[in-house]
Design a protein around this ligand. Structure first.
Ligand SMILES: Cc1cc2nc3c(=O)[nH]c(=O)nc-3n(C[C@H](O)[C@H](O)[C@H](O)COP(=O)(O)O)c2cc1C
Length: 196
């Protein structure tokens, strides 16, 4: 698959089987993230690659606990409200049970933390598609980056005390075999062309 096709056919996959992809395949995806551009070539994006099911289960518990303790309100961002409502029902697996979760972090206070991380996550998602793996941006750990129990747990597995969680990415084989690739109609993202 060429680069443009990998970009144009990338979609979010939300159903994963439990096979952990081979280490060299995961490494290729993460390398694509590490090769993303960064402001002033800062290269401070940190990739915490979790394949240990016990660690993932613990994270699911901590995220569920954090959202269950929150109250949903109508003025809330809809995805956040959904997370709270589903957590309270006890049916919330925030990373869709993917066998790999790449938690992405960056320096607290660094102005390009989110921009650099987004470039890295998009690179990884495109690489995943090129390698026939499904992926999905998972934002819950970013929202919960200041939750003390989640921070403490993530610091035990490598998060720096000076780092904030900017996002994460689920990765694995789709239960459908190949990653979701059905094109999504573009209704937004307007383009303004100014030519002579
Ligand atoms: C910043 C950002 C945060 C996102 N957070 C989540 C998320 O927490 N959970 C999820 O299922 N999808 C998440 N997504 C995926 C979007 O829902 C998805 O990209 C969008 O619906 C378009 O679908 P596509 O990725 O299949 O093209 C996120 C995407 C971005 C860019």
């Amino acid at each position: 698959m060429d680069a443009l096709q990998a970009i144009l056919t990338r979609r979010s996959t939300r159903r994963y089987d439990q096979r952990i992809p081979a280490k060299d395949i995961i490494d290729k995806v993460v390398e694509a993230g590490r090769h993303a551009p960064s402001g002033h070539n800062n290269q401070s994006t940190h990739f915490i690659v979790i394949t240990d099911p016990k660690v993932l289960d613990r994270l699911v518990d901590l995220v569920t606990e954090a959202f269950s303790a929150m109250e949903a309100s109508p003025d809330m961002y809809v995805s956040m409200r959904n997370s709270i409502e589903r957590a309270k029902k006890g049916e919330y697996v925030f990373h869709y049970g993917a066998p790999v979760l790449v938690v992405v972090a960056n320096r607290i206070g660094y102005g390009n933390a989110m921009a650099d991380s987004a470039c890295a996550i998009e690179n990884m998602m495109i690489a995943a598609n090129a390698l026939d793996l499904g992926s999905c941006w998972i934002n819950q750990l970013h929202w919960l980056t200041d939750n003390s129990r989640i921070r403490t747990f993530l610091q035990e597995i490598g998060l720096g005390e000076d780092e904030t969680i900017t996002g994460s990415m689920a990765l694995g084989y789709s239960t459908d075999g190949l990653p979701t690739r059905t094109p999504l109609e573009r209704k937004g993202n307007p383009v303004t062309v100014v030519s002579s």
